[in-house]
Design a protein around this ligand. Structure first.
Ligand code: HEM
Length: 136
């Protein structure tokens, strides 16, 4: 049974790649992007606190899931460097998660200035993460 399923799974994966379908991490990142964009509009608005906390919870969830995944660019790394590459990726995702927690605390406290500062840091970490681990 398993012997038949493995090639089948492989064909599906290759097919999805060939036809340009989203990788599992791309799906998580797209969900994160949606929450992030919505949050950008209301992060400085204390009246949107509850909605903001929900968006932050979504960013937290997608961050946790993405941290357990491997960027597509891992495949381009030399075999000897793969483990270090993934460690670096996890460390940057952990730094991002830490900043998300800081943002959550600022929004919970209704500290608009701190929330804005934290949101700007997330943007920097996103840019760095994409520079280091994302193709094009
Ligand atoms: C606010 C934070 C972030 C947002 C809004 C965001 C958004 C996105 C978007 C829209 C994509 C493209 C998805 C697609 O092609 O369908 C993407 C891909 C990607 N992002 Fe992020 N991102 C964020 C943070 C990060 C961080 C912190 C890292 C790494 C430390 C990271 C690593 C990646 C990688 C590696 C991909 C390519 C996916 C793959 O290899 O399968 N992102 N991101």
């Amino acid at each position: 049974m398993l012997k038949k399923l493995i090639p089948f799974a492989l064909v599906l994966t290759l097919g999805a790649t060939a036809f340009g379908e989203d990788s599992p991490m791309e799906k998580e990142m797209s969900a994160m992007n949606k929450a992030y964009k919505a949050l950008k509009k209301t992060v400085a608005d204390p009246a949107s606190k509850d909605a903001n906390l929900k968006l932050i919870a979504e960013i937290k969830k997608t961050t946790e899931t993405s941290t357990k995944m491997e960027p597509k660019t891992t495949a381009d790394q030399p075999a000897a460097g793969k483990a270090a590459y993934l460690e670096k990726f996890k460390a940057q995702m952990a730094a991002f998660a830490k900043e998300v927690a800081t943002l959550e605390a600022a929004v919970t406290a209704g500290n608009t200035a701190a929330a804005e500062a934290s949101f700007a840091k997330l943007n920097d970490l996103k840019k760095k993460g994409h520079e280091d681990f994302k193709k094009d």
